[in-house]
Write a protein that binds this ligand. Sequence first.
Ligand code: ATP
Length: 907
Amino acid sequence: MARVKSENVGAKGVNVPSYLTIEQVTCSRTSQTPIFKCSLAVRMNIDVVARVRPSRRPEQGLRLQISEDGKTIYTVSGGGASCRFQEIFDQNAPTQAIFTRTVQPLLSVFTEGMNACVVVFGETNSGKSYTLVGEENDRLAIIPLTIDYIFGAPYLQKLQATAMWSLSISMYEIYAEVVKDLLDSSGTDPANLKITCNAQDGTFIKGLNRVTVSSAADATSTFRLGWARRTGANMDFGPADSQATVITQLNLLVQDRNDLHPTKSSLQLIDLPGAEKLAEDRNTLHFQDGSLLNMSLLVFAQVVSNLANSPNPDRVINYSESKLTQLTQDAFGGNCKTRVICCLRPEPETQPLSAILRTCSTLTQVKNFPVLNDYFVESLVTQYRARILALQHQSANAMGTKDVNEKVNTLKDQIRRLNNENVQLRDRNERLYNKLGELQGRMGQMAGSKSDLSSKLVFSEEEKLKISKDLIDLQIQTNKIREQYEAENFELKNKILFLENRTMELELQKDKCAHEFQMAKDRLRAVEKTHKELADEYIVLKSNFVTLSKQHENEVTKNDELSLELLTLANSKDSLTRKQDEYAKSRAIYDEATAELNRVRDLVARLSSQKMKPEEMFVSESERVTLERNLLGNQDQIKEQIEIMKQTHEKQQNAMEERIAKMGKELQEAKRAIRNTQHKLAEQTVALLGSQSHLKEVETENSQLQLHLKELNEEYRMRLVRYIEDVTEYMDNTVKSGNDNTQLSADQPYLKRFVDSMLKDIRSAYKSREEQLATAARNYKKRMQNVVKKHEHLLIAYRMQREQILSSGSKDMDPGPSEITFVITDSELLSKQSQELNRLREDKAHLEAKLQELQERVRLGRSAPVISSSLLETDGKASSENWSELRKQLKEFTFTTQVCTVADYRF
Ligand SMILES: Nc1ncnc2c1ncn2[C@@H]1O[C@H](COP(=O)(O)OP(=O)(O)OP(=O)(O)O)[C@@H](O)[C@H]1O
């Protein structure tokens, strides 16, 4: 319990009652220290204004009754509640206007040193949050506008010169009697702060954060942060935020440079929980939501009522029953100037509106006692608080521990008793619920005999539909697989053809290159032969030349000898001439000399006849030189030519080898690709076989399901017949018993009609269902025929492909199994022509197998066994004729088969 008593508050000992208007206080303070200058004459009663939210369905109009002077609101019907507001803001009034007219005057009071409070009150969804905070980052709502106003307030601006001021924000939420600090940024769970009380600060929250802000942007972002931390989860009883109270408190501290003591004032902005709960019964609320959830609101209404009933300043009010009232003591009945904005829905329910109007009306009667928070006031209030605390302590002591314990025990007993009662009531409740359940079950059973059959019928219909759906899904899937297979098969065939062409091209190129290579080799061989012959000729000529050179040298040596001898002879002649002179003297000497000369001449003549003449020698020499030059020159040329030819040949050979290697690689790749393609083809064949078997399985399953469906239908039909028999029996019995003739005559035609109409319905339902099923079966058959046609197309393509491979005679490519392997055998799916065609195919496969066997035997050189007397005979000639006959027959057969197949498809 807090006691608010206000008396003889005065500046420096001057006794001034604290409940005087602010102007009176200002006057008294102005005479002392003119620090505060309030421009507002503060009324003591709480001011209540109303705001009506715009309607979401404007066509329905406003369902509130407002008096002609536009200040009183009444409930439309019943309850007789009404409230006279200071002002009513209609649906078109912007929040800015409400701020200017309602909040702004309070802000002047706050900045000049008094406590102020703005409360928004009203039903959930009536626009409380919209008015106070706005939507998203709306700045045109009361709190953002307040922040902007305070930081731009003319008084604070002026104060800068003489004083220092600071503003801090604290924000907290009270939800289910738990206090949560909304500005706690520690990251730990900030819930459940303790409320405490001392003489200095009065009642306050221990450990509540106060964030000092230096600018409007700073303050707004701090506020938005706190607002975002509200309890927002959806609880069992609705969204938590509509049950919570959010209090934003701005604390202003002004320190005058000439004054030691700072002045503190606070502005509280309170968003109360949804007030519609005030209209509900307290016990019901307690039972529904628990004891704590609505405690704040209910205690608040009670405290307001008590305050309205006790207007005197020395009243004693119990604020301690809820945390909201404990923490807002000043705002309601204390040192604060308070204004309440009551938010109203345009089309409210009568009960909540009555409760809200009653509370607002009570609020207008509550008297507050706002005073300037200067040093003297504060010290006085501290004194009083200290005295109250001391008295509380004394009274607790005076009551004695024993009394307290007794009281606690009594209360505990009471709680226990109530708990027991509660448990008993719950048990009874449960028992009643069980009984109710049983009764409902029995009623259900009674109604069930009829609804059971129809529900089963519905169930069977559902099952049928489900089966049909599954069948359709499977068919779609099969079709998809087929389409995919066809596309892939076609692609692979194209690839195979392309690769075959490429292989053939490469082989042609390879042959051409081999031929060229062979020709080049021959040419080289011829050139080498010529080269060898020329070399031999050269060797012979060289040896001749050497022999001739030796002879020539011998002749030159002999010539030299003869020259020397000639010289000697000439010398002898001279000496003989001299001697002749002397011979003249001597004839004998002369004759001797002449004989000698003749002898020499003979010798020379003889020698000359034996050897070549010098002219001849000269001719032979020149010939030799020419011959040598010719020989040597040709040899060089030949050598050069040979070299060039060798180089060309090597180059050609290299190029050829490279080309052959490249072609070999390409051939390898082509072979590998062919192998891959064959592999893929085999995989596709396997997939086709798989899908065929899957199709068969599905068909089997389908027939099983249809069988099951038939059985079910049969069973339901039997049950229906039994049911009708029961009804008939019942009717007969009731007619026989004749207990209540009047009622029977009334029931009988009704039941008969009912049964008749029910049978009619069932019959028509069956008929329509049968028609549906027949249509579905027809569609299914058509689809199956399409599938069969596609299958035949595929088989034709496969056969052509296979025959191509077989006719190419390539051993690398596997032609695959005979087409008879993939033939559909289900006679239901095949037309007569198709069946005939299949039979022919079987014959063909049989004949092919035999043909292969025979070919194999012929190849092995054995005598071919007789297939039939008309086909083969033992001698070679007849055998070859029979072979050609057999081939012809096979060709004709293939052609006829194709023609038949095409005709079949056209059909
Ligand atoms: N004056 C108005 N103009 C336009 N829309 C409004 C006005 N008042 C309220 N609304 C809209 O009505 C809806 C409910 O408003 P709001 O959430 O403010 O109600 P509340 O009383 O705070 O509800 P709660 O108690 O659940 O928080 C919101 O969508 C809001 O935008």
